[in-house]
Design a binder for this molecule. Structure first.
Ligand SMILES: NC(=O)C1=CN([C@@H]2O[C@H](COP(=O)(O)OP(=O)(O)OC[C@H]3O[C@@H](n4cnc5c(N)ncnc54)[C@H](O)[C@@H]3O)[C@@H](O)[C@H]2O)C=CC1
Ligand SMILES: N[C@@H](CC=O)C(=O)O
Ligand code: NA
Length: 428
């Protein structure tokens, strides 16, 4: 057994609490797997005086994160504070001090991962981040390692537990949006500011990380087309049901034929027969398609303290083993330097539900608008309701820009009273 490795923990909230618990409960096994015991050297939190349900001496808590990570002899730093600052400065200070870092911070990685990876490389230490995408699900490691010999061309999935929980409760129990969000927050799934979840920022950060790993190129959160679930209405959920579909917030990263990257996060209707439709509560699921392996599916708990702590501890064992052996693990791979194309160039399908006048020629006028934009209609369903009628149209695949322009022109028609539901359709 080698000498003990000193671990500094930054943050002791939903994830940090379970990290401490697992570090203590599994101490002997972790030491045997690493070849050295782990010693918790300190825990940085915003309010050290707060009473916490963690089985450690109170003296370990400090508000001085910088002092903790720059302490002599710190080998490993776990960052589960979240956000950009002070997380970034603390991670950089940890590298400077020669420590390897494990983080769950997708927001930071998707905004400024390049700076972190460069600093880790400069100081000859590791930066691992399995918990940042898909919580407990092994996803980062398969993309970084297992699929390193293949060519991935698409990644598609549900990567935000909070929004999946909300949409699931709305679909299955008719729960209100606010009620479901409160439950997700109480269960420890939501980000400190749940706007990050419901507006799609969290999923966009994860999509950027997945795209970078899958296509070996740097993709930032700002490159991702992002729409959250705040505009998803009970009418959308009911419309999806009527079509045999369910609404999910999807993250999709794909390589186009001209080798550009498209990355997007938006709600979409998917058929109930699609495997992603049965992903319930805060579970996540991600499909990866690659040239040689074909289709792979990863499924599991994407949020919550214990599942996320499992991924953190897995990384901690890896970087600790590297430390004991005096080696470094893999770094960033962005050699491909691919262009990211705008959302308008993405091929998508739309579901459009229109409230229209119920009179002769309406269907022809609506169909003409689609034709003007070269958008082909796959199905039309019309229901008369007295003076007005509902037209439910599903298109074939077309450029997103053409679909969006079609809807803009439909809104201008006198016979169209309202666009009552508008959503992309995926998974057929
Ligand atoms: N909760 C979840 O299900 C998951 C969270 N994550 C990520 O893990 C990280 C932590 O998330 P949670 O534990 O949910 O957050 P949390 O809000 O429950 O905990 C944050 C912790 O950081 C501490 N902190 C905040 N500002 C600080 C500062 N300036 N100095 C020292 N400590 C400070 C707080 O005192 C608290 O202990 C975030 O990056 C989040 O995106 C990743 C996957 C799942
Ligand atoms: N808030 C996130 C937590 C995990 O990444 C989510 O809901 O998925
Ligand atoms: Na993961």
């Amino acid at each position: 057994m080698s000498k003990p490795l000193n671990v500094a923990l930054l943050g002791c909230g939903a994830v940090g609490t379970d990290v401490v618990r697992l570090l203590i409960e599994h101490a002997d096994d972790l030491a045997a797997r690493i070849g050295a015991p782990l010693e918790l050297a300190g825990i940085a939190v915003r309010r050290p005086e707060k009473v916490r349900d963690v089985p450690v001496d109170k003296s370990l808590f400090t508000a001085d994160g910088k002092g903790l990570v720059t302490k002599e002899g710190i080998d490993l730093v776990i960052e589960v504070i979240g956000g950009i600052e002070p997380a970034r400065s603390l991670i950089l200070a940890a590298f400077e001090n020669g420590a390897s870092v494990v983080t769950a911070n997708k927001a930071l990685l998707a905004e400024d991962g390049g700076t972190l990876f460069a600093a880790a490389e400069k100081h000859g230490v590791d930066l691992y981040f399995e918990a940042a995408v898909g919580g407990a699900i092994p996803l980062v490691r398969p993309l970084r390692e297992s699929l390193a010999g293949d060519k991935v061309h698409k990644v598609l999935g549900i990567v935000n537990g909070t929004t999946n929980y909300i949409l699931d409760k709305m679909d299955s129990y008719g729960a209100s949006y606010t009620e479901a969000l409160d439950e997700a927050t109480a269960l420890g799934y939501a980000e400190p500011d749940p706007t990050a979840d419901v507006e799609g920022f969290d999923a966009a950060a994860k999509a950027a990380i997945l795209a970078s790993l899958a296509f070996h190129t740097r993709v930032l959160a700002s490159d991702v087309h992002r729409e959250g679930i705040t505009d998803v209405t009970a009418t959308d959920v009911a419309s999806a049901k009527a079509m045999g579909c369910v609404v999910k917030l999807l993250a999709i990263a794909e390589l186009s034929e001209d080798n550009r990257v498209g990355v997007r996060v938006h709600p979409a209707m998917i058929p109930r027969s699609h495997p992603l439709a049965s992903v319930r509560e805060a579970y996540n699921a991600v499909f990866v398609e690659s040239a040689a392996a074909g289709q792979l599916m990863f499924y599991g708990q994407g949020a919550g303290g214990a599942p996320t702590a499992s991924a953190v501890l897995g990384d901690l064992v890896t970087v600790a083993r590297n430390r004991v052996q005096g080696i470094r693990g893999i770094g960033e791979s962005t050699y491909a330097q691919l262009e990211v194309h705008p959302m308008g160039d993405t091929r998508t399908r739309y579901h459009v539900s229109l409230d229209v006048d119920d009179k002769a020629g309406v269907l022809a006028a609506v169909a003409d608008v689609f034709a003007q934009h070269d958008v082909s209609i796959q199905t039309v369903r019309q229901e008369g309701r007295g003076e007005d009628a509902q037209l439910v149209i599903v298109t074939h695949e077309a450029a997103d820009a053409a679909l969006s322009a079609t809807v803009d022109d439909l809104r201008e028609l006198d016979i169209v009273r309202d666009v009552s539901s508008l959503m992309r359709v995926e998974g057929e």
